[in-house]
Structures are given as C-alpha cells and as structure tokens.
Design a binder for this molecule. Structure first.
Ligand SMILES: Nc1ncnc2c1ncn2[C@@H]1O[C@H](COP(=O)(O)OP(=O)(O)OP(=O)(O)O)[C@@H](O)[C@H]1O
Ligand SMILES: [Mg+2]
Length: 482
C-alpha cells in the first residue's frame, strides 16, 4: 500500500512538524499553535493555524497523495511543491490523521486511520460530524485548520520507539528546530512587522537567527545578487563575532549543539524558510580557521527543480552555475574569518617590543622560541655564575623543545576559546612587573618608553589595568622614599 511505504521516507518529528507548519504559512497563518498531549491515555499532537482554511472538496483533494503537480508553478509565499507533505509528514509519525478545517465559519473534517484502511483494504476516509471529541478543535477561529496526529506508533507506545519522556524531549528539540528554520517568519520582515507567532503548549517560540545579525560585532559582507534563468538568488556572507565579543552564553548558543566548526558554511533559505545549513556543499572544508563564516543564500521556490529540492524540504544542491559563483565567494570570504583569528594570532609574537616568545618562519618551518633577549631573562642570566647560567640555558632549551604543539593544535581546533595560558599568581605578576620596570629603567628608557614597551607585551598587555595599578603603587612608594 502506497501510504505504508510513504511512512519511511526519513522524516523525524521536527521535520514532519515543520512540513505541516509550511502548509499553515502558505495558507497565510499569523498564529500557529503546536499542542502536545504527552501524558494522557491517548497521546496526541496538534498543529492549529488561523490561515484561510479549506472547503470540504479542498480538504478531500488535499488528502489525496500527490494532490498537486510538482511542475506546477507556485506563488512566492507558497512553501509547498509536491502535494505530499501533509500525508507523508503525518503518517511518518502517526497512524491516525485528523484534519478539521474552517472556511468562513463552515467546518469540515476528515479522519484517515491506517488501521481502518488496512482492515478494509481500502482508502477510506471517515467524515465525522461531531468535532467536539477532537482535541483542540474548539480553538479553531472563523478560518483556519487543525491537524491532529494520534496513534503515535513511531513515537510512543509498546511497539514504538520510546517512552513518553522521550516524546517530551523530542518535542523540545522540535521547538528548537522550529525557532531555527522559521526564524525569519518569527521575527517578521522589518522588526516585528509581519511577524508570525508560533507556540508550543502555550509557550511562545522565539526566533533563533544563526547570523546573530543584530550584534554590533557581526560583520556583514557585501551582498551579491545572481540571476539564474531570470530568477534572483541573493548571497550574503557574514562573519560572526569573535568569542571575546559576546557573553559565554551567547557564544554557546550561537555555536549550536554541533559547535561552530560544524555549523559554518551555507545557510540556504527557500522563500525565507531555512532548508539546509552548515555545509559548504563540498566546495570547502570546515576548518577551525573559518568557523565564524556563515553565508546566507536566498532562493525562490521557482528554482526548486534546479536545486533538486527533496520532498522533506531538508536537502538541496546548488546547480552548476551557482556552484561556480559560490566557489568564488568562498575564496573571497575565506579571508575575513581567517583575519579575525590571525590578527589575534599575530599578537602572540608579532607587534610586541618585549616578546617572551618569538615566532620564526623560514621556507617550510615555523618555530617558536623563548626570547632570551627579553630583559628579564638577560638580567637574570647576568646574575648567574657561568655554570648556573649554562644550566639555565639548557633548562630553557628543554622547555622550548617540548612545547606540546600537537596537543595545543588539537585543543585549539576543537575549541579555541577554551584554551588559555595558565594565569600568573598575582604576587608573581607583581614581581615581574616591578622587575621588568627596573631592568628597562636601568637600560636608560624613559618612564613613558617603559610603559609603551610593556603595554605592547604579554603578560602585561592583557592585564593592563592591573599593571597601571601596580605602577601607581610603585610611584607612591618612590615618593614615600624620597
Ligand atoms: N493548513 C492548511 N491550510 C490550508 N490549506 C492547506 C493546509 N494544509 C494543507 N492544505 C492544502 O492541502 C494541499 C496539500 O498539502 P501537502 O502538504 O500535502 O502538499 P503541498 O503543500 O501542496 O506540497 P508539499 O508536498 O511540497 O508539501 C496544499 O496544497 C493546500 O492546498
Ligand atoms: Mg505542504
């Protein structure tokens, strides 16, 4: 039986719910309520909208698998394509689908129960005349549609996948998914104008914008428009804020469950609904270095065929001319995200006049050395007798030669933001500040020069407030002495 085979095309709860929401949005809904009864005797899920609803013939037509021709052109606000979504999405999750719909106050309803269909071996539609027993039916307005899933055999129950607890968790994931793929509907076109409200069991869902668009440290690069057979594709590369520009919570939130590295790449929107995210479509690798790059692509549904949109609206492939264009964009924007990190990288050893570490690079070797010219090192070495000085040099050489490059690399690639040098104890820090000051002054540098030197070098630069406090204390002490 066709429907039984359509059950297994790989929907999950969240893609199935999204497919039904697509229909509500296409029907012009402004308010969509997701309801889930997880602990009642008969668990059920309902999706209610205030869209234009259907007449009874329309409802019966809508329930026919393949009710629409995929080649038919659709309006720019229509999120459908195949005339399948409602059926395939619903029966991927349940065995009993009820649709109650109202147009101009006239209510129609229909029930498809796979058990009845199997028992009678016929595609039977039941038309209830009493809607009061259908959960959430009383919430329908003058126009709108309610889709109810019961017999959630794929989700709960003795032969099902999991417990009711699992269902609660899946619903949570679904809420997150909806906040993500429909974020542009949830936030409206400009500000809150044209906003769609979606709730789950009464809790409003909030848009999750993967571009962190309103953060001042987000970099929006040049947008490009590209016409394919006369229809426009818009491409907007964005570099997300570096981790020291956002709070820890924001950093985690925008990284997403899979983290920044896996979530870099293209974000493809079809009629403003997110279809694919976090992939370079095989055009680049997901590197640590480019993990802050996300590129928004907007395509109209009129290009579905060219992009090979799938029934679940969860995958697409850029057609060849677009691939070429995307490749060039990748080359171009590889740079900004790289720069965000290399600027910080170069500070490690580059611009400082008092480096503790130096970086040297010849043709194919890069090495990091301790700078033995550093005033604190050289002053210390001078105070040692020749034998101890020799031991000291060997000790330094040992430390440098065992720098754990691979472990550092692995950690930094996994999560750069959590790798930090061990902090100096404040007493040690104080002594180092004082000693550096002393050595540089002895070398004849002016107070201003000493400050400028120190300000450019770690460990002072990153704790410059502490340093100035120590300078003040030192100055006060010197005044006390004189
Ligand atoms: N919530 C709704 N409000 C009004 N009409 C609806 C609603 N849901 C479905 N329909 C009608 O039912 C038809 C079939 O829906 P279905 O999701 O099966 O296919 P589709 O949206 O046309 O294409 P796709 O397979 O790409 O989703 C729709 O084209 C629409 O006319
Ligand atoms: Mg649909």
């Amino acid at each position: 039986m066709l429907v039984e085979s359509l059950r297994d095309i790989g929907y999950s709860l969240h893609t199935a719910v999204s497919d039904v929401i697509d229909n509500s949005l296409t029907a012009g809904a402004r308010k969509i309520e997701l309801h889930a009864e997880t602990h009642a005797e008969v668990p059920a899920i309902g999706i209610l909208d205030d869209g234009i609803g259907m007449t009874e013939p329309e409802l019966l037509e809508a329930m026919r698998p393949g009710s629409r021709n995929p080649l038919e052109s659709r309006t720019t606000t229509d999120l459908g394509r195949f005339g399948l979504g409602l059926k395939t999405a619903s029966f991927s999750q349940c065995r009993r689908l009820t649709v109650v719909t109202r147009r101009n106050g006239v209510t129609s309803g229909a029930v498809w129960d796979l058990d009845t269909v199997a028992a009678r071996d016929r595609w039977i539609v039941e038309l209830p005349d009493d809607f009061t027993k259908i959960p959430w039916a009383e919430r329908l307005a003058t126009d709108g549609t309610l889709v109810v899933w019961q017999k959630l055999d794929r989700l709960v129950g003795p032969n099902g996948q999991g417990s009711r607890q699992d269902l609660v968790r899946l619903l949570d994931e679904t809420a997150g998914h909806v906040e993500f793929v429909f974020h542009r509907f949830l936030s409206g076109v400009k500000g809150r104008e044209g906003r769609v409200c979606i709730s789950l069991n009464g809790r409003s869902l909030e848009p999750f914008d993967p571009f962190h668009s309103h953060h001042p440290a987000t970099q929006h690069h040049q947008e490009e428009t590209f016409a394919l057979t006369g229809r426009n594709i818009r491409i907007q590369p964005v570099t997300l804020p570096h981790h020291d520009k956002v709070s820890k919570d924001e950093w985690t939130r925008y990284g997403g469950p899979e983290g920044y590295v896996k979530n870099q790449g293209f974000y493809l929107y079809r009629n403003r609904r997110l279809i694919v995210h976090g992939t370079w479509f095989g055009l680049a690798r997901q590197l640590e270095l480019t993990k802050l790059c996300r590129v928004r692509i907007d395509m109209p549904s009129s290009l579905d065929a060219e992009w090979k949109i799938d029934v679940k609206k969860a995958w697409a492939q850029p057609p060849p001319p677009v691939r070429e264009r995307l490749r060039r964009i990748i080359d171009r924007i590889g740079v900004p995200s790289k720069r965000t990190y290399t600027v910080r990288g170069s500070r490690l050893a580059g611009d400082s006049r008092l480096p503790v570490w130096t970086r040297s690079q010849d043709k194919n070797r890069i090495s990091y050395m301790l700078n033995t010219e550093h005033p604190l090192f050289s002053a210390f070495e001078h105070r040692l007798d020749p034998e101890t000085a020799d031991e000291f040099r060997k000790l330094v050489a040992l430390i440098v030669s065992t720098l754990p490059v691979e472990a550092l690399y692995a950690d930094v690639s996994a999560s750069a933001e959590s790798v930090e040098p061990a902090a100096l104890a404040s007493e040690d820090f104080k002594e180092i500040v004082e000693a550096t000051w002393g050595v540089l002054r002895e070398r004849g540098l002016s107070v201003d020069d000493v400050e400028n030197h120190m300000r450019s070098a770690d460990p002072f630069r990153s704790r410059w407030k502490d340093v100035t406090r120590l300078f003040q204390a030192m100055a006060a002490e010197r005044q006390g002495e004189s």
